[in-house]
Design a protein around this ligand. Structure first.
Ligand SMILES: C[S@@+](CC[C@H](N)C(=O)[O-])C[C@H]1O[C@@H](n2cnc3c(N)ncnc32)[C@H](O)[C@@H]1O
Length: 146
């Protein structure tokens, strides 16, 4: 499902494994994370795997919203959930763009501050066309297209 051309934005990219995977498949990638250590690791991974020129990693506090950038053909958000970003994510997706998110879920686990409520992801991103979605064992995920 993931394209091999175009621009990807990864939110809370951590040490950059997914961003680098997208870049190695041919995308240009902007990964952001609040952790300077993680961003350094992501830059290092991209350089070591030969995609440093196609990746940009920045320290960004997503509490302040999405960083400025072009429409994204892919937005990836793996194990990070902040409902305050939902509108901005929808607005940033290019027409036909792909959005993939995984998050902790209350389904199959005790309620918690960072856990998505049952049905939360599909409701939050209802304007998108769902390709796959699920929740269970404390995790929720959604793959959808604008
Ligand atoms: C569970 S880790 C997931 C990292 C990566 N997506 C992965 O799957 O390996 C959550 C990430 O969210 C980042 N994070 C937490 N709060 C953040 C914020 N306010 N702005 C940006 N990144 C944040 C952390 O630094 C951490 O790298």
């Amino acid at each position: 499902m993931f394209p091999t051309t175009g621009h990807a934005l990864e939110l809370a990219c951590g040490a950059g494994a997914a961003s680098v995977w997208l870049a190695r498949r041919g995308m240009t990638v902007h990964g952001v994370d609040i952790s300077g250590v993680a961003v350094d690791q992501a830059r290092d991974l991209a350089a070591r795997t030969g995609v440093g020129d196609n990746c940009r990693f920045d320290v960004v506090d997503l509490d302040d919203g999405l960083p400025a950038g072009p429409p994204a053909d892919v937005i990836l958000c793996n194990r990070f959930r902040d409902p305050r970003l939902d509108r901005a994510i929808l607005d940033r997706l290019a027409p036909g763009g792909l959005f993939a998110i995984t998050a902790l879920s209350e389904v199959g686990a005790a309620p918690g501050r960072f856990r998505a409520e049952p049905g939360e992801l599909t409701a939050a991103f209802a304007p998108l066309k769902v390709i796959a979605a699920g929740e269970g064992d404390g995790e929720a995920w959604l793959l959808a297209r604008s």
